[in-house]
Design a binder for this molecule. Structure first.
Ligand code: PRP
Ligand code: URA
Length: 213
């Protein structure tokens, strides 16, 4: 196993793989694309939160007193990277409705492929939360790495990255810059093409969500 794969979890659940196939399909229109992306995000959130700590509390059922477990530890936050990450936020909120939501606006320069920052608004208590950065595409890794850098700069020390389609190039770059950040993805694709698009990928996620092409 390549060393950059140490922090990577590929979510192979059949429902995830099934929905991802239709997300990739060029014949899937905007409405279905949005619905699939939301459903996939909820399913992925289940895996991303699998290791959250629990503590026992005492409760009383209608039948007896008992001890039962509830979430412990720091509260959660979600940070979608605009634009495409926006399509994932609601799906995650289905499972974690009390999470605070930050937004980071980044786009890739079409020539250099470097991320260009245009917006950032994070919860004021970001430093004391566990944050899940969400963006469906991890191509060169530049956008995710910059998003994570910004969240770290705000003081957060526990960050997970949730994407759907990752290129090996992006996984490697992200591991080099943020080896402490676990990455959850539904697929690792073949490679990047000459325009920095993931092959086979699903095309431009932002354009497919918002119908801008
Ligand atoms: C897409 C995608 C990621 C980025 C991935 O955003 O949503 O943020 O590209 O590529 P990278 O790993 O090489 O940085 P894009 O720049 O197209 O902006 P958009 O979401 O506003 O369309
Ligand atoms: N951004 C996308 O939306 N798709 C890709 O394949 C690469 C970057």
């Amino acid at each position: 196993m390549e060393s950059y794969m140490q922090n990577v979890t590929v979510v192979n659940h059949p429902l995830v793989q099934h929905k991802l196939t239709f997300l990739r399909d060029r014949n899937t229109g905007t409405k279905d694309f949005r619905a699939l992306l939301k459903e996939l995000s909820t399913l992925m959130a289940y895996e991303v939160t699998r290791d959250l700590p629990l503590e026992e509390i005492e409760i009383e059922t209608p039948v007896a007193k008992t001890k039962s477990r509830v979430l412990a530890g720091r509260k959660l936050g979600i940070v979608p990277i605009l634009r495409a990450g926006l399509g994932m936020a609601d799906g995650v909120l289905e499972l974690i409705p009390a999470a605070k939501v930050g937004h980071i606006g980044l786009y890739r320069d079409p020539v250099t492929l470097a991320p260009v920052s245009y917006y950032c608004k994070l919860p004021t208590d970001t430093a004391s939360r566990d944050m899940i950065v969400v963006d469906p595409m991890l191509a060169t890794g530049g956008s995710a790495a910059e998003g994570i850098r910004i969240v770290k700069e705000a003081g957060c020390r526990t960050i997970r990255l949730m994407c759907l389609v990752a290129a090996p190039e992006g996984l490697k770059a992200l591991h080099e810059q943020h080896p402490d950040v676990p990455i959850f993805t539904a697929a690792i694709d073949s490679h990047l093409n000459e325009h920095g698009y993931i092959v086979p990928g699903l095309g431009d996620a932002g354009d497919r969500i918002f119908g801008t092409k």
